[in-house]
Design a protein around this ligand. Structure first.
Ligand code: AOS
Ligand code: ZN
Ligand code: ZN
Length: 385
């Protein structure tokens, strides 16, 4: 049996700055009370998630949503609140120029503009000390024949090469894929295979980001995780959960069993070892629930799935698999999944000097009442602007 007092807790989860801002759907963005008015306040909210969970020490930024004049000052602000700045997320999807694509646009002027933005993001990483540049491209086509599928891949490769060449020694590209939306016929990076092919061509500092909401229904995500870990190219997760499409709901809310299966493959593939380089990030929007609590709950959901995955009796599983004991092997997994790990995690938190119940502790802290009083006119996360 694995020692539960250490491992799930050592898993560190990055929260996204945009989770703290107002968000919604194409139909309505609901303004909530107390939401941050600038990147400094988003980082302050992220620091609350870390303070109450002890497991969310970094916050991802999104450029331009989090553009500031002085990134060194923003980084110092984060440090003063006991958190750090994590991945820099580029945005080449919210400009009129990008209607037909960004780095894959048929117009070289637009491609240049998009690539320059990606290079600017690396400059920002230099200032914040960030390791990861997360690239998600909305690029694609809506109609057969609209553009040359192969030429778009060539343009993508060209832009990625230029950005890759600009990376510092410890910096990486995380190339995220998405099946559909906003493009409905072809996305230029629709799946993990396309992302992996580009990463392999680029070199070892290019890895795949698996956003759990970016697959066709029924896709076996843990298989993808196993394959990418095996290839040494699983760079990151964007965790969230979905019922229908890219719902960006709280991770573990729609299908906790899937999250457990994913974390089982992470454990199996050594992905909890920081040396493997897997970044565990949340990519969520809290459209109707309180945002800081939504992030705390999400961190706890990942911890619970991880704790269960660590409970899998590896020796018993191997033995059952090798002897062809189908039901026995399945039972080993299900025993772990069906274990209530909440008391164990509560014990771990107490041992670390944290509250056993982070949500209750946050609610009792008065932070929410304070930001409601102090902040008027909080900003939108960026979506649906
Ligand atoms: C978009 O669907 C992707 O999930 C992106 O990772 C992300 O949500 C967006 O770029 C915000 O940073
Ligand atoms: Zn994502
Ligand atoms: Zn998404």
């Amino acid at each position: 049996m694995t020692d539960l007092t250490a491992a799930p807790a050592d898993l560190m989860i990055e929260t996204p700055s945009w989770a703290y801002g107002n968000s919604g759907t194409r139909f309505k963005v609901f303004a909530q009370q107390g939401v941050p008015r600038d990147p400094y306040e988003k980082i302050a909210d992220a620091a609350q998630v870390h303070a109450f969970t002890g497991a969310a020490p970094t916050v991802a930024l999104h450029i331009p949503w989090d553009r500031v004049d002085d990134y060194a000052a923003l980084t110092a602000h984060a440090r003063s609140l006991d958190v750090g700045i994590g991945a820099i997320n580029a945005n080449v999807f919210q400009d009129d120029d990008y209607m037909l694509g960004s780095v894959t646009n048929p117009d070289p002027r637009v491609r240049r503009k998009a690539t320059d933005h990606l290079l600017e993001c690396v400059d920002i990483m230099d200032a914040t000390g960030s390791r990861d540049l997360k690239l998600w491209f909305s690029d694609g086509t809506n109609y057969p024949g609209q553009d040359d599928i192969r030429a778009r891949q060539d343009r993508l490769a060209e832009a990625l090469e230029e950005v890759y060449a600009r990376l510092g020694g410890d910096q990486r590209i995380l190339l995220e894929y998405k099946l559909f939306e906003p493009a409905f016929y072809t996305m230029d990076v629709p799946d993990w295979g396309t992302s992996l092919v580009h990463c392999l061509a680029l070199g070892p500092k290019a890895t795949v980001c698996v956003d759990t909401g970016h697959h066709a229904p029924g896709t076996n995500i843990e298989f993808i995780v196993a394959m990418l870990l095996r290839a040494g190219r699983l760079g990151a997760f964007d965790f969230n959960s979905r019922f229908y499409a890219d719902d960006d709901l709280m991770v573990g809310a729609a299908d906790p069993f899937q999250l457990f299966r994913i974390m089982h493959e992470v454990v199996r593939g050594g992905g909890l070892d920081p040396a493997t380089g897997v970044a565990f990030m949340l990519d969520q929007c809290h459209n109707i629930e309180p945002k800081i609590q939504g992030q705390i709950r999400s961190v706890m959901n990942v911890q619970e799935a991880t704790a269960k995955a660590l409970l899998v009796d590896a020796a018993a599983l191997k033995s059952a698999q090798e002897t062809g004991d189908v039901l026995g092997a399945n039972a080993v997994l299900m025993d772990a999944y069906n274990t209530d790990v909440r008391p164990l995690l509560a014990e771990w938190r107490t041992a670390k000097g944290l509250s056993a119940d982070p949500i209750a502790a946050y609610r009792a802290s008065g932070y929410f009442e304070k930001i409601v009083a102090e902040r008027v006119g909080g900003s939108q996360a960026g979506w649906g602007a």
